[in-house]
Design a protein around this ligand. Sequence first.
Ligand SMILES: [Ca+2]
Ligand SMILES: [Ca+2]
Length: 479
Amino acid sequence: MPSFRARRWMPPLVAAAWIGCGGGSPGAPSSATPAAQAPPARRPNFVFVLVDDLDFPTAAMMPRLPALIGLRGRTFDRAYVTQALCAPSRASILTGQFPHNHRVLDNTGPNGGFGAFRRGQESSTIATWLRAAGYRTALIGKYMNGYPTAARPDYIPPGWDEWRAQLSDLTADRYVNYFLNENGTVNPYGVADADYETDVLTQRALTFMDRSIQDKKPFFLYLAPDAPHLPAIPAPRHARLFFGTEAPRVPSFNEQDVSDKPAFVQNASLMTPAEIRKLDRTETARLRTMLAVEDMLADVLTLLAANQVLDETYVFFMSDNGLMLGQHRLVTTKDVPYEEAIRVPLMVMGPGIAAASHADDFVLNVDIAPTLAELAGAAVPDSVDGRSMVRLLRGESVADWRRDAVSESISYTGGLSAVLRTPEYAYTEIESNERELYDMRADPFQLASLHRRADPALLTKLSARLAQITGCRRATCRN
Ligand SMILES: [Ca+2]
Ligand SMILES: [Ca+2]
């Protein structure tokens, strides 16, 4: 997105300025997760669909998404990511760890992306755990930013039986003109209709699921299309839909008075009418790319139903992070502490999950891996920071479930920025020593930070909780 202002709440990573990597050794499976109930006679299958940069408000604009997944399952209205950035969030999903523990802190550079993940964490992920438990595993789509730089193009990480991963570092356009490493063979794709990436990934997914079902092998499919990430190139059949759509004109859109906000926001200029029109076109294109994902979901569900395995398959739909669409003047920005960046859509359908149900528990991307593991009856390593949300999926209330969420961002200098989201507040500390505090009930669009006039005792309390989670490890992260 070279034509857009890229503003993050921390300085951009300076390559080679910092070589350290505190990645801990990957945990070996050492303790079985306690199963909430006896395992089913047939082990469930999993389809985990992970989209890229889909913010909650845009997800709400999708025409078929609620009917496809939400109305058949459970929607989490308070799902957050431990860092609102692609590679750190994907590493959290795969390992169940916070960025401060898995140490994939950026998309690129010595501390980011595939290189950092491979060095520290790749040998113990949800894929290796489920495969060890007898599952057939597949990754189809985006693996990690920077893949496969520093490895061979035919490199396949541990834990995956079926591997059809985009060579992300050779793929500027994402949706067209890309390469897939397909089980060790690198195949190029062009711009023909039949090469449209989301559709190709769908076909690969259907083939994998069909073969696993025929082989009577329980499967875990990690299906990760690029939509709606920029450059948001839609499938030709969707290229003229959503005409005239606007980015949501919420009260914080192009915020006039940002004197309450930290310098990185104050330094952002107001969008001009031309920039607003451009943002509206961007949002229109993003929605168009998501229509192919709706087709993907529909095709996946149709295949599962046709094979009579819908009632023994869990389907997850989630985004790796949100995106700013002009709120507080931030245009297509992520890795910032605001609600539209840190909150993500999350819907789950499957056996034992009530249709059309909602949950307001705070859940995190680090909860995904232990949840899948518990449902599969797989062992979970002690290294996991997240917590299985199986009981939440079943609609049970969990008395000691966490009552807040933390999203963090560690810069190349090691400086920490983080936001604590509670039912009442969003409290932010930035490594520049700036703070923010929003009353999320009175001011849900985060228009007026209260940090200068808040009760010091409240700030102290929120700061202590933020420090507790940004320094947590394993069990101390779980509630
Ligand atoms: Ca992303
Ligand atoms: Ca303001």
